[in-house]
Design a protein around this ligand. Structure first.
Ligand SMILES: [Fe+2]
Ligand SMILES: [Fe+2]
Length: 338
């Protein structure tokens, strides 16, 4: 995961070339020299993003078997499957930085890498499927659209495709909620109750306030991040309030009102202690999410082994070298599964 050591004078030249690439707004590509700290920051961010996509399948996936109609089941299946695809694009982007998907998975399972805190909240109601699409995928879009222009090429390119699919996710969530809001009083109450639970955790998806986010400035200087946490949170609120009005739901914030002077909505302060607790591992579903992921990984061991054996057999039939055992199983497995 580190770059090959180079002479100090040469490193200066490489650093200058890297700085110039960032200053021009060009992409940094996998074979380009990059500072170790830039690489480490990217690995941490892309891995956390990939883990979020995969863990994020759980809260909604739990509803696939209980969807109220075939149409809703087909939509939900497609959505959850998209999230698995997003995880794979992002693990692949991370692998171009010299760290394998198998290693990243180990770090997640050992609790040494994080995923988005939002997925540590439960989904006790079917309306949560709609609310997650509308608010959680909506917040993800606000966070991710600027990442399409991020300075690291493979990450930016993965995000372009991810964002197109996220926009489908957001619309399907909104459409589901709109359908329920046109239904019975009980259905409308389900939507309101779900929105009440998910509103504040959705605002927390943008991370702590800028003043408490010390690494943000460096990520912005490197062109990894394009907007601050608070800017993106404001953008999300401005986008969502008119949608809530059209839907006919109340957002649970007494301080929410249009500010003519600023040209933005004012809103209340999320409970940052709650965010810190969820990040620490004390959210309502942290243990359950990791346990489920760990069990799924163990249950899938035979698939990885079989794919590796198949890759070895295909390689010896071709007369090429067998799969390199130093390559983590996941990478060989994918090559063998083509
Ligand atoms: Fe996604
Ligand atoms: Fe999504």
């Amino acid at each position: 995961m580190t770059t090959t050591p180079v002479e100090p004078e040469r490193e200066e030249g490489l650093q200058a070339a890297f700085d110039a690439t960032i200053a021009r707004g060009d992409r940094v590509e996998p074979r380009d020299w990059m500072p170790d700290a830039y690489r480490r920051t990217l690995v941490r961010q892309i891995a956390q993003h990939a883990h979020s996509e995969i863990i994020g399948m759980q809260p909604e996936g739990a509803w696939i078997g209980r969807a109220p109609s075939l149409r809703r089941k087909a939509i939900l299946l497609a959505k959850v499957q998209d999230e698995a695809g997003h995880g794979l694009y992002l693990y692949s982007a991370c692998e171009t930085l010299g760290v394998s998907r198998a290693e990243l998975t180990e770090l997640l399972l050992a609790g040494r890498q994080k995923y988005s805190s939002i997925f540590n909240y439960p989904t006790p109601s079917y309306a949560d499927v709609g609310t997650i699409g509308w608010l959680v995928d909506g917040a993800a879009i606000c966070n991710q659209v600027p990442l399409c222009r991020t300075s690291y090429g493979p990450y930016g390119r993965a995000m372009i495709r991810v964002c197109k699919e996220e926009s489908f996710h957001q619309r399907q969530g909104y459409e589901l909620l709109m359908t329920m809001m046109r239904g019975t009083g009980e259905q409308r109450a389900m939507v309101q109750e779900s929105v009440d639970r998910f509103w504040w955790p959705s605002l927390m998806m943008f991370g702590p306030p800028d003043a408490d986010s010390p690494n943000s400035a460096r990520s912005m200087a490197w062109g990894i991040k394009r907007n601050s946490n608070d800017e993106l949170r404001q953008r999300f609120v401005d986008m969502t309030v008119p949608q809530a009005e059209a839907l006919g739901v109340t957002l649970p914030d007494p301080d929410l009102r249009w500010n003519e002077e600023r040209g933005h909505y004012d809103f209340g302060e999320p409970d940052w202690d709650e965010l810190a607790a969820v990040i620490r591992g004390d959210g309502p579903c942290n243990a359950q999410r990791l346990e489920h992921r760990r069990a799924a990984h163990e249950d899938g061991a035979w698939v990885r082994e079989a794919a590796l054996a198949f890759a070895d057999r295909s390689a010896s039939a071709d007369g090429t070298a067998p799969a390199d055992r130093s390559v983590p199983a996941d990478r060989s497995a994918r090559a063998g599964a083509r």
